[in-house]
Design a protein around this ligand. Structure first.
Ligand SMILES: Nc1ncnc2c1ncn2[C@@H]1O[C@H](COP(=O)(O)OP(=O)(O)O)[C@@H](O)[C@H]1O
Ligand SMILES: Nc1ccn([C@@H]2O[C@H](COP(=O)(O)O)[C@@H](O)[C@H]2O)c(=O)n1
Length: 518
């Protein structure tokens, strides 16, 4: 199958995108039209219940640790039907957060030893004349391939190189990919290296008759890869066939399952899908969801930083907690409190001594932010209300967004949309939510940042008002994250759920009061 088609499939099943990662309702609709998934909303199926969901449920435990993605390795000769089988497994799983990763993406950008002794124009000419061996192990960048698959398995954000079969080159742009519960990794050499095999939870070999493979390859390479009959036959006899015997066929011994006839073998595909479902159910059931009272009575963590409760701060709280406060006052005083909060949060960032010369030509020993970079990340919807205040105290700050909603049926947070600024791994990140109750959404947002290689100690969770449960849950899972707020409330409702500002000190739903959607 063509790389373009594989990429289309890949992007249609994951939350990656050309310019952003998103899985909002509109995107879901587009995907449904682009793929053959039948229902109008995504369905996560388990044997016990059916959960309707458009978002991604937690992929980490109460300690904040990752549940690794399930990796299916698919091997077999060229045109044996690996991609077709992968696509059928995806359809049979009918489960979001499944990504298809092809080894084709890891063809060397510039053909390397023993070939890199040949200068580039000649390499290209060799490929054009079908004299370059794309079926040799040396044609693949195994190091990058292994690193990418390992990161995906660990749930981290990756950049997938894009390969063009027509020009025989890696494209300049890579494709961001994040958020996989299941990774299907396919390629002719996928079982060759032990380090790649070690990452696979299940290994499947697609065993298709060689005549059939040749017939399919002829059709595909002529119609999709811009080749001619003579060239395909020459390449097949000189490289593809010997490579199958030398490198690919011997790896059949590593397979857990051998699928004769490839994509037509519905029974084998159903069996694989069932096994993966069972594995995912087991992992899902192991997740501790109710964290509302496991930290009861514990002292507040040392990573908690509460803004000094001056009379001025108390005055603003009084206005915000007053149910009679009109919306324009609520917005005005929230913004005042947010600015104070952000100035306080910024003071917690690392600073170094910085000496400047004054107009009087004396030296002034001051301070300067000593981090690499700073960016903000708002948890939608209420976190968005904090953006103007952040902009008013920081200059040129880059901003990302993340939409997390609670699934009414499961009461779990679900990830619906993310837009993370590029190259944030060395940055300090100010993560914003107006209020934090159980901490579930904040934990998910922190996990997303960690998956994008942000350092835990560089994250500041900044919130106007927090419940002590939320503080405990976040600090327990992510002990290096700095938690910054103006007040910590301890309030339980009759279901042992803590709601900040609830009851006597009621604040209500912050987003509704701020946006006037009560
Ligand atoms: N069972 C099948 N019957 C007919 N054609 C098939 C079948 N499986 C795959 N093909 C076709 O053969 C070609 C190669 O299949 P593909 O799944 O891309 O193989 P691979 O990923 O192993 O190279 C494609 O054009 C595909 O449409
Ligand atoms: N520039 C290239 C790169 C690779 N090939 C052939 O692709 C085959 C692997 O892809 P499958 O989808 O068939 O598994 C491999 O056999 C290479 O010969 C190519 O023709 N040109």
């Amino acid at each position: 199958m063509s790389v373009a088609a594989k990429e289309r499939r890949l992007s249609s099943r994951s939350n990656s995108g050309e310019s952003e990662d998103k899985i909002g309702a509109a995107e879901l609709g587009r995907r449904k039209r682009a793929t053959s998934v039948s229902e109008s909303i995504s369905v996560l199926r388990t044997s016990k219940r059916t959960i309707y969901t458009a978002g991604r449920p937690p992929w980490y435990n109460e300690f904040g640790q990752m549940k690794e993605a399930f990796v299916i390795g698919l091997s077999g000769g060229s045109a044996s039907g690996k991609t077709t089988v992968a696509e059928k497994i995806i359809q049979a799983l009918d489960f979001p957060w499944v990504v298809l990763l092809s080894m084709d993406s890891f063809y060397k950008a510039n053909i390397a030893p023993p070939y890199d002794q040949i200068p580039f124009p000649q390499q290209h000419e060799l490929a054009e004349r079908n004299e370059y061996n794309f079926d040799h192990v040396d044609a693949f960048d195994f190091d990058l391939c292994c690193e990418t698959l390992r990161k995906l398995k660990q749930g981290r954000n990756v950049e997938i190189p894009m390969y063009d079969f027509t020009s025989h080159c890696r494209k300049k742009q890579a494709k961001p990919l994040y958020g996989a519960n299941v990774v299907i990794f396919e390629g002719i050499m996928s079982f060759v290296r032990p380090e790649l095999r070690a990452l696979m939870d299940m290994k499947v070999f697609v065993d298709t008759d060689s005549d059939e493979r040749l017939a399919r390859r002829l059709r595909r390479d002529i119609t999709q890869r811009g080749r001619n009959l003579k060239g395909v036959l020459h390449q097949y006899n000189k490289f593809v066939k010997p490579a199958f015997e030398q490198f690919i066929e011997p790896t059949l011994q590593y397979a857990d399952i051998v699928i004769p006839r490839g994509g037509s073998n519905e029974v084998a595909i159903d069996l694989i899908a069932q096994h993966v479902q069972t594995q995912l159910e087991t992992r899902h059931a192991a997740f501790e969801r109710d964290m509302s009272h496991i930290h009861n009575g514990q002292p507040l963590p040392s990573t908690l930083n509460v803004l000094e409760s001056t009379k001025q701060v108390q005055g603003i709280h009084t206005i915000l907690r007053n149910r009679e406060t009109p919306r324009d006052d609520f917005v005005f005083f929230s913004k005042r409190l947010m600015r104070l909060l952000f100035e306080f949060a910024l003071s917690l960032l690392p600073h170094k001594i910085h000496v400047v010369e004054t107009p009087q030509e004396t030296q002034y020993e001051g301070r300067k932010f000593s981090g690499t970079g700073l960016c903000g990340m708002s948890i939608l919807r209420a976190g968005e209300t904090m953006e103007p205040a952040l902009f008013s105290v920081t200059k040129d700050i880059r901003l990302g967004k993340i939409l997390i909603q609670t699934n009414a049926a499961t009461e779990e947070p679900e990830l619906h949309y993310i837009r993370v600024p590029r190259k944030i791994s060395e940055d300090h990140v100010i993560l914003m939510d107006a209020t934090v109750a159980t901490g579930a959404a904040a934990m998910m947002a922190i996990r997303v940042l960690l998956d994008h290689d942000v350092k835990e100690e560089n994250i500041l969770l900044v919130s106007l008002l927090m419940a002590d449960t939320g503080v405990h849950s976040v600090a327990y899972a992510f002990p290096k994250v700095q938690i910054v707020t103006t007040a910590v409330d301890h309030q339980l409702n009759d279901r042992y759920h803590i709601l900040p500002g609830f009851g006597e000190y009621r604040l209500g739903n912050f987003g509704d009061r701020y946006f006037g959607t009560e």
